[in-house]
Design a protein around this ligand. Sequence first.
Ligand code: C5P
Length: 228
Amino acid sequence: PGFWAVIPAAGVGSRMRADRPKQYLPLAGRTVLEHTLDIFFRHPRISGVVLVISADDGWFGDLDIRTDKPLWVVDGGAERCHSVLNGLKALMTHADPRDWVLVHDAARPCLSDGDLDQLLDTLRDDPVGGILATPVRDTKKRAGPDGRISATVDRGAMWRAFTPQMFRLAALEAALERALAEGFLVTDEASAMEHAGQAPLLVEGSARNIKITQPEDLSLAEFYLSRR
Ligand code: C5P
């Protein structure tokens, strides 16, 4: 089966307090989105990319996009899960339903080739699929309504969920459709698969695969990219 990437990049990034969505902010001489796209354009095992951008996106046209792979650009939706679903539906018209799809946040430009290879190698014969993740290192507290600690959560079994999240195209599309139809809160692709009764595999990756969320994350990302 083939491997495809779906990149949701239709968010507005309000937490960045910037004049443009975070995927269009400058990072090490390019934009965040150009770095992210390049990871998949360069990777020999990725067949093509679906990029999901906002219907009123005013920035994508100014980027310098060069690739010899198929690139389809489609409109996003109200929330990340709707954007991803639009991307999957577009991919269904080009790819085999049993192909693998890797959903990766545009806002994670520091994904390494090594982690991407690790994900592909670990999951290529897996019946379900899985996600890049790292074990939780800090002690976790549950907050009570008064802002005081109501419990200390056992971190031993806790992981931070990253992307890419890799599943079979038709299976993921069906799981997302079902979760949304049933009003289930879909925060990532794995949560939709879990709702459908599947148990995605946790594949340990680097904690450097950060999601750009706040202004200071850009300096950190620039540092990580410079150390590659
Ligand atoms: O806002 P957050 O950091 O969770 O967004 C994660 C990714 O999902 C970003 O790359 C963002 O552009 C994308 N997104 C989207 N459609 C939305 C909201 C977010 O494609 N409606």
